[in-house]
Design a protein around this ligand. Structure first.
Ligand SMILES: [Zn+2]
Length: 418
């Protein structure tokens, strides 16, 4: 009797303790983490290059449902110009993707306000499932950090980070409506990653300023920068590829200049044209080893296919599994879905106008890396799919909310230069 009372008492204490633990985790930022088959999407685009997308409430209810516990919300920073003189696609459909039209692109800052205002309409439970990011700034502009600061001050309680924004990116880098570095520079040395046509450089003091503000405010950074130079024309013809000369020094210089900034590098610098060279994982490892606060995301269906189904000369699935096991606390999964599809011309020459992506297409991306999860085992897979995001983003949000509280009285009309 005495024994069973002791057991009952122990059981009651255990239940009470679990309830306390659960209550402690049930705050708005933790409610979303969930069963083992769920994912957290660390790389997701709510809008395309024409600012077409889906409402956040619909993203949660229709797309994420019970499969994606939590997601970042990045629009794209750049608007594709629809230039009437180009007569793109014979004027039959507007461009809404960067590859195809010849016309340039420009930073569209208002998209950050669109995201913030939609986010503020959500319930607390829905807000806890999203991590909105600021994108509408030019990373080569010393005023870029001012836009980020203004967004935090006007929309406190919303943002967790900045990005995805691009420094080096095939096609995109050449289409940004901006000065080339060489046309402006006079007394400073020319940065080593700059060519005659480069608009962006990893060595820009403006980029350093933005990274340092991210560290000060706690914002986590999603940086897209191709691992090596790829020159591709606006309509997708490859001019040159330089896998033998990765941007390792530029990346290491950036993190050395801003060591306190928490960064995750989008799709380890890969993309449609920038395919993994045989030395890819050695290059990424070298950068991660030099940059303790940097992480990487494994996103974009094209890139994920290189991982599970590598072409000759690319790292094998076993190589990737070894890399991910070694850096298991620094890798995040993402879909890199752009939720509004492209306007296209089909095989028969018919125009197909883009639309909100079918839910099944969005959810299909999460299954691509299954062979990788099998190779690394459930514990490492869980870190990449869920835990690393939750740890990094929960920490970022606490710091950003504290920065916003400390600066609540700052005058957005009269911000001192950073
Ligand atoms: Zn992306």
């Amino acid at each position: 009797m005495r024994n069973s009372r002791f057991i009952m008492r122990s059981l009651f204490i255990a239940i009470a303790m679990s309830a306390l633990v659960l209550a402690g985790c049930a705050g708005p930022q933790r409610a979303a983490v969930a069963p083992p088959d769920q994912y957290v999407d660390s790389h997701f685009h709510i809008a395309n290059y024409a600012m077409q997308g889906v409402p956040l409430k619909e993203l949660i209810d229709k797309y994420m449902g019970d499969k994606i516990a939590r997601s970042v919300v990045f629009p794209l920073p750049l608007q594709q110009k629809w230039d009437p003189y180009e007569h793109y696609a014979g004027d039959k459909m507007p461009p809404n993707y960067y590859m195809g039209p010849k016309a340039g692109m420009y930073y569209y800052s208002f998209i950050d306000a669109v995201v913030a205002m939609d986010y503020l309409k959500l319930s607390a439970a829905d807000k806890a499932r999203l991590d909105p990011m600021i994108v509408g700034f030019n990373p080569m502009d010393e005023y870029g950090a001012q836009h980020i600061r203004r967004m935090l001050l006007i929309f406190p309680g919303v943002f967790a980070g900045i990005g995805e924004f691009s420094v080096h990116k095939e096609i995109v880098g050449d289409k940004i409506d901006d000065d080339t570095v060489k046309s402006i520079i006079s007394s400073d040395p020319i940065p080593p990653d700059v060519t005659d046509v480069s608009r962006n450089t990893l060595y820009s003091p403006a980029l350093k300023n933005i990274f340092n503000f991210a560290a000060e405010s706690g914002l986590i950074v999603n940086l897209h920068s191709d691992v090596y130079r790829a020159t591709v024309t606006y309509d997708g013809k490859v001019v040159s590829m330089s896998p033998e000369a990765p941007y390792t020094a530029g990346m290491k210089n950036l993190c050395a200049q801003c060591p306190k900034t928490t960064v995750y590098w989008a799709h380890t610098g890969l993309g449609r044209f920038v395919k993994p060279a045989s030395n890819h994982l050695a290059v990424v490892s070298e950068i991660l080893d030099a940059c303790p606060n940097w992480n990487v995301d494994l996103s974009w269906d094209l890139v994920q296919t290189f991982i599970v189904n590598p072409q000759p000369g690319m790292p094998s699935l076993a190589d990737w599994a070894r890399f991910i096991t070694k850096y298991q606390d620094r890798v995040l999964w993402g879909s890199d879905t752009v939720i509004y599809t492209r306007n296209k011309i089909d095989d028969k020459g018919n125009m197909v106008v883009g639309k909100q992506m079918p839910v099944a297409d969005y959810l299909a991306v999460k299954d691509i890396l299954k062979p990788l999860w099998d190779a690394v085992g459930p514990d490492v897979a869980r870190k990449v799919k869920v835990d690393n995001h939750v740890r990094l983003f929960d920490a970022a949000k606490v710091k950003v909310r504290a920065w916003e509280a400390a600066h609540a009285k700052d005058d957005v009309w009269n911000l001192p230069p950073i």
